[in-house]
Design a binder for this molecule. Structure first.
Ligand code: PHE
Length: 344
């Protein structure tokens, strides 16, 4: 019996040693120390022993039991500590690691340019207005002194929806709409940014859809010199205080006289280079004094009121300011292009 117990002890301790999880350890406990385990079995057979042998075997059995139980407990503590250690290692957060950048969007270059121009004109007392992109033939052409069949309509190839409705070809209809709304009752000083559409074939300098900013100032005694002063401020603020402007005679049916404005070329400082095509000047916008007939159609008395108007293309301004060489970059939305112009 003594040998049996010692063999059992050795066997149990080995199993404890080999156990690698709490579950295995529990199995060992049940197998060796449980009610149906071999040690209990040995104790049950004690009745058959002699008086002298009984306490010896009883003591040994208890010792074996105690030793196995102790081995299990210490192994259990070991496994638990190891598991905790493992869990802590797995769940460790290194707070000193740099954060992962979260990509953020930003305003499109055209949006930034339009907002910059808006701020500039708001600073000169202009209000910002909007008008519809789907426009009537009346506001897009007729109210601007371009009756049906007028040859100058060909300057702006149009997308017609019906005979009388089209996608606006410029932001000038908002001039007519604004004046019409106020009906000659008070002065108007507004700018209008927005999308316009023309039946053009897209290339580096043409797009079937682009943006314009219209400007209109109607009041008593508005003169050409007021137009020149406003445009000069605009050019210097957008392109630098050292820029010069030049007004060249031009033609628009809704302004008389009409001009085109150039700014001195920044690349060559007016000496002539490939950017300004050797002229030293770069064309920026169209403008003029509002035609008396346009004032009249909108309800202003041209003997009392006069005004100026201008129209510019933010794409062209952005292209010149940032050296963008293809208008299509604004619309193909290549993230590498757009990202260069995010300020934040
Ligand atoms: N609407 C003209 C264009 O698109 C620009 C312009 C606006 C010219 C206002 C004069 C006055 O070409």
């Amino acid at each position: 019996m003594k040998d049996q117990l010692q063999a059992l002890e050795k066997e149990a301790l080995q199993k404890v040693e080999d156990a690698s999880s709490l579950k295995e350890l529990q199995d060992v406990r049940v197998a060796y120390l449980g009610k149906k385990g071999p040690i209990t079995e040995v104790l049950k057979g004690m009745g058959k022993l002699s008086k002298e042998e009984r306490p010896v075997i009883g003591e040994l059995a208890n010792k074996v039991r105690g030793q196995v139980a102790e081995a299990i407990d210490s192994k259990k503590a070991g496994i638990e500590a190891a598991e905790l250690e493992k869990q802590l290692a797995e769940e460790t957060i290194d707070v000193t690691l740099p954060g992962r950048p979260v990509p953020t969007g930003g305003p499109h270059l055209l949006t930034s340019i339009v907002e910059e121009i808006e701020d500039l004109f708001i600073g000169m007392g202009f209000e910002v207005r909007e008008g519809p992109e789907v426009e009537t033939d009346y506001y897009n052409f007729e109210a601007l002194n371009l009756p049906k069949g007028h040859p100058a309509r060909d300057m702006q190839d149009s997308f017609y929806i019906t005979d009388d409705i089209l996608l606006r070809t410029h932001t000038s209809p908002v001039q007519a709409r604004t004046m019409n709304m106020i009906k000659g009752e008070r002065p108007v000083k507004m700018i209008c940014p927005g999308k316009v559409y023309r039946r053009d074939t897209d290339d580096a300098t043409h797009s079937h859809q682009f943006t314009q900013i219209e400007g209109l100032y109607v009041d008593k005694h508005v003169r050409m010199s007021d137009l020149k002063g406003v445009l000069d401020r605009f050019a210097k603020q957008m392109f630098g205080e050292d820029r010069e402007i030049r007004l060249r005679p031009s033609f628009f049916p809704f302004t008389e006289p009409s001009v085109e404005m150039d700014i001195s070329c920044k690349v060559c400082n007016g000496k002539g280079c490939s950017v300004c095509k050797k002229t030293g000047w770069i064309e920026i916008l169209g403008a003029g004094m509002v035609h008396p007939r346009v004032l009249e159609m909108a309800g202003y008395d041209p003997k009392e009121y006069s005004g100026f108007a201008f129209g510019m293309g933010p794409e062209r301004i952005a292209m010149l300011k940032y050296g963008v060489d293809d208008i299509r970059h604004f619309y193909t939305n290549d993230i590498r292009f757009l990202k260069q112009y995010h300020q934040a």
